[in-house]
Write a protein that binds this ligand. Sequence first.
Ligand SMILES: C[S@@+](CC[C@H](N)C(=O)[O-])C[C@H]1O[C@@H](n2cnc3c(N)ncnc32)[C@H](O)[C@@H]1O
Length: 274
Amino acid sequence: LKKLSNMEMEVSDEELQLLIEKIALDHNWDLSQYKPKTLKRRILTRMHLAKINSADRYYEYITENKAEYVKLLNALTVNYTYWFRDTSVWSEVLNIMAEKAFNNEEVRIWSAGCSTGQEPYSLAILARKILDKYPDRDLKFRIYASDIDDVALEKAKNGLFSKQFVNIDEQERGEYFDDFDEDNLKIKKEIQDMVEFRKLNLTKDNYYRNLDIILCRNVMIYFSKELQTDILQNFYYSLKKEGFLINGKTEVLPMKVQHLYDVVNLQEHIFKKL
Ligand SMILES: C[S@@+](CC[C@H](N)C(=O)[O-])C[C@H]1O[C@@H](n2cnc3c(N)ncnc32)[C@H](O)[C@@H]1O
């Protein structure tokens, strides 16, 4: 076992199928439309760490070992995220938010696949900046944030972040965070209160409606083209006319939904509902 590496182990299509069925049954989470290659890689990593070299045995192992089962589920939902991810898109987001605020009673924004909260809190910080800039205008923002992953959502709601990973400069930190202890910052309550978190599975739950802006970034990369197409069609119905959709840097619109959206900024993956 000592020399075991991911290279030497394998998860066959049938074994993957069995694991997918198990997870669907136990956790009501349908992974059948996730890219098999990605799923296999993540399962192999867990098997490696648990020092188990057959998928068969790993199946039995997670049946008996709840802690490992949770670790597997966490490995399957990659939560990697950070503040103002892909810096250049956020000045565009700020402009869109301001424009929508001037022309609507309330701006309704959804961060779909929000992970541990950095994305929706980045939106809330921008909303705060706009509100502060126009104190005499009655502008309103409502920010919804959702994810499938309970652990990530819990962390997001808590609003506690390790200092070393808060990539925001000193001065701004003071405006939006309180010092919690030597190592952690806590998002200020007024920013925290601007975001409503909820558990929502993009592959089967009902979506929010009447939205002005949807951010769904670095979530669909793990989904098959068919599932991406379904989700992007649903987003279309969730958006108001001329509502904006903002995807991750590596995510492209599948052919089948291109007629639903206008390209606003190709570089930043910003689209507008037609
Ligand atoms: C890499 S994070 C992206 C976070 C953030 N949007 C960003 O760009 O930094 C991907 C998130 O998608 C979530 N996710 C994966 N499948 C999902 C599903 N079916 N429904 C909702 N969220 C899902 C994961 O739990 C994870 O938190």
